[in-house]
Structure formats: C-alpha cells, structure tokens
Design a binder for this molecule. Sequence first.
Ligand code: ACO
Length: 181
Amino acid sequence: SHRPLVAYRPIGPSDLGILQQLHADLFPIRYEPEFFHNVVNRRDIISWGAVDRSRPNSQRDDLIGFVTIKMVPARESEITDLVRCDPTRSDQTLVYILTLGVVEAYRKFGIASALIREVIRYAKTIPTCRAAYLHVISYNTPAIYLYKRMSFACVRRLYGFYIIEGQHYDAYLFVYYVNGG
Ligand code: ACO
C-alpha cells in the first residue's frame, strides 16, 4: 500500500454525507442529524477534516479523518474542580472534544495525532481557554493509548457513563491543560 498525501482542511456542507457515514461506522453511539448539520454549518461546533490528496480525483476531497469540538464555559463543565478557575472571572472556557476518528485503512499514519495537535494549537490561541477534555469508553485501547501519548492526563473513571444496547460501560475522562489551566 502507498503512503497517503494527507492534507487538513475545514469541514463544510459538502462533507455531510461522508461525515454521517463515518460516525455510523466508527462509533458505538448514534448521533442526531442536528449534530451533523451543526458540524458542517459550523454552528457551535468547530472541526477539522483530513483528506488524501494522492487518491483519484473523485475521492481526493473525501474525508478520511475528522475531529469535532465545542467550547464550554469552564464554570458549567464537569471538570470545574480540576481546572485552575478564577471565580471572579466568568469568561473562562474549555474545549470539549466530541468526536475523533480515522478511516481504518488510514490508521497508524499519525492522522489522529495531527488532528489532536490542531485542537491543542487552537485551544492555546484562545486566551480564556484553560484546557481541552474528552470522554473515552474504557475498552477503547487505541484511543486511550493515543491520548496518553499526546500527554493528556487521565483524571477520572466514570462508572456506567455510556449505555449501549442496554449495557453500561465506564468512561475515562482525559484532560490537556493550556494557558496555565
Ligand atoms: N507507522 C506506524 N505507526 C504509526 C505511524 C506510522 N507512520 N504513525 C503513527 N503511528 C502509531 C502511533 O505511534 C500510535 O502507536 P500505537 O500503535 O502504539 O498506538 C498509533 O499509530 C496511533 O496513532 P495515530 O496514527 O495518530 O492514530 P490513528 O490515526 O491511527 O487514529 C484512532 C487513532 C482515532 C483512535 C482510530 O483508531 C479510530 O478512528 N478509532 C475508531 C474511532 C475512535 O475510537 N475514536 C476515538 C474515540 S474517543 C473520542 O472520540 C473523544
């Protein structure tokens, strides 16, 4: 197999179908149509996409990876106690990483790592931002390995956080502090 020529670009309306398909393929939980519309129309959700420019013309702009995030007020988040929050300031924010995924054939090329680096770079440019955080299901070893390798701290285990087909699964909460958070 050849080495892909990966480029990173914003996600837009033309990505709707593929983005929906990739989420259905890669995650055990279902996302509402509204979520996808908010991503592609950039309503409250910020995202980055990866594409392979070495593919044939008809596919060279198709998403092969993505990360989606939203900003949340630090005071309303579940990790208020873990962030150095100034109680006199109501403007402090956090980046919450909603979804991260890479198409199977494109894994282990560092694409997810590059997408996470984009998120961290973005978080650092927002002076009010104190951290980026996310949840990951406890059996997802590749993702847990990735976040640890990217220097995220595993700060909590949340018992029964996910319910999938009637089964409870634990989640880990990972945090990456920025701007003195
Ligand atoms: N050659 C060989 N290995 C490499 C190379 C390379 N050129 N580049 C990176 N790697 C290795 C990394 O060192 C790392 O090593 P490991 O195998 O010891 O873990 C591994 O590849 C993974 O790093 P990346 O390549 O950056 O990650 P990848 O692009 O493969 O994506 C991901 C990882 C996102 C977890 C992928 O497996 C996936 O999409 N899984 C399904 C969806 C998912 O679980 N998403 C995360 C859920 S949590 C959330 O969404 C908030």
